[in-house]
Design a protein. Structure first.
Length: 156
């Protein structure tokens, strides 16, 4: 039995600073570039002025034609929330999530099993232009008590 649930909520605009790459899911998994960028961003977090908390975001922006497979490249943004976008650090990008109504699904357990939660999201919410993951503690992502919040814009 699947005990996941979708919760709809309004979110304010979120300003982000971090790293961005364009790569397929299979390439990200094969090269482990996502983990490397997450670690590099964590190592540089004290440089990010106006940072809001220690949580980190992963924004996954899919092709606009709606055709996505694990081999199709798309944009990945690893970032911290900031109060303002005044300071852009060397090698980093800025990104703004618009204020929006989102569906939130909580993944509980190891990040390596997040595909199960995405299978549920795909069955329940269908295709979408973007996924947003929020990791409150990137150092415990493989622990059983880990929680990853996944936000998907509410369509319609």
């Amino acid at each position: 039995m699947d005990d996941r649930r979708v919760e709809m909520l309004e979110r304010d605009e979120v300003k982000l600073v971090g790293f961005s790459i364009v790569a397929s899911l299979n390439n990200v998994l094969e090269t482990q570039i996502g983990g490397k960028l997450r670690k590099e961003l964590d190592n540089r977090k004290l440089e990010v002025e106006g940072r809001v908390g220690d949580g980190m975001y992963l924004i996954q922006i899919y092709p606009t034609d709606g055709h996505w497979t694990p081999d199709v490249p798309y944009q990945h943004v690893f970032a911290y929330e900031v109060r303002t976008l005044d300071d852009k650090l060397d090698g980093m990008v800025t990104y703004t999530l618009p204020a929006c109504r989102y569906n939130r699904v909580i993944h509980e357990g190891a990040e390596s099993r997040i595909g199960e939660t995405y299978d549920y999201i795909n069955r329940t919410l269908g295709p979408r232009p973007i996924d947003i993951e929020y990791w409150s503690d990137i150092h415990s992502l493989e622990e059983e008590h880990s929680r990853i919040e996944i936000y998907v814009p509410a369509m319609g």
